[in-house]
Design a protein around this ligand. Sequence first.
Ligand SMILES: O=C(O)CCc1cccc(O)c1O
Ligand SMILES: [Fe+2]
Length: 314
Amino acid sequence: MPLAVVTASHSPLMRTVEPRGDARTAVDAAFAQARAFAADFRPDLVVVVAPDHYNGMFYDLMPPFCVGTAAEAVGDYGTARGPLAVDREAARHVVREVLAADIDLAMSERMVVDHGFAQPLELLFGAIDAVPAVPVFINCVAVPFGPVRRTRRLGEALGRALLALDRRVLLLGSGGLSHDPPLPTLEGAPPEVAARLIAGRHPTPEERAGREARVRDAGLAVASGEPGPRLNPDWDRAFLDLLAEGRLTAADTWTNTWITAEAGNSAHEVRTWLACYAALATAGPYAMRGSFYRPIPEWIAGFGITTAETRRNP
Ligand SMILES: O=C(O)CCc1cccc(O)c1O
Ligand SMILES: [Fe+2]
């Protein structure tokens, strides 16, 4: 059975901030292409690989990786709130097979997810519960992280587990590329911020609104002409080339310090892309069908969208 991949940056600012020029039109067109690609592939299972931003996962127990055998979205930044249509059997299969392949991962019968999962599901399929899904969380925000190669190996184990299902599986990777939105860090945080990062579940509506306003204001400031956030288009394009050319092991030598320095704290979200492509590669040689890139400072994102699938005649 073939596998397919769609990866897309996410940014909740897409809803509230108008970028200059034709960025909006270009991104819309790229998403339309990705939607057509996904529809064409006719997946009967979507494996969503995404990070969290202190909405579902906290420092009271932060797993590097976690598969949800059931999952619910918090509804941050205007995304839908409520359960994902988790294919429980498939999710359990993935947990069993990945563990058997020597990769430790957590599982959750009540995984809580945020815009990292919800936004691409809504943009690609219209709703968070429109497709049978297996949600795979990769910690890309709460330092420290394991080496990048570990996420590539997670992707390989994931790919082998999915091939064994003998279904049409689309992997949907969410996040990146270079960017650094104003997220707090535990290191040096004042006590009330630290408490929120350690166990910040169920914020009051006011707390959530305050936090979202801070990020939105950062985007609006750029849209009104203030100096933009640090993006690194060269780094982003090099990453896209690496994926297009199937040189996934080249990322094995990247240190986390280097990624942060080159591309920003949230650039670690590209781990989700790497895992998806490593999974895809287990089905045989693949071809990237679509690749979009645009640095969009107003959305605080080096914004990329790719589609790829197993080569039909290898
Ligand atoms: O407040 C948050 O949770 C961060 C929101 C956010 C903004 C820009 C790019 C992202 O990838 C992202 O996640
Ligand atoms: Fe993010």
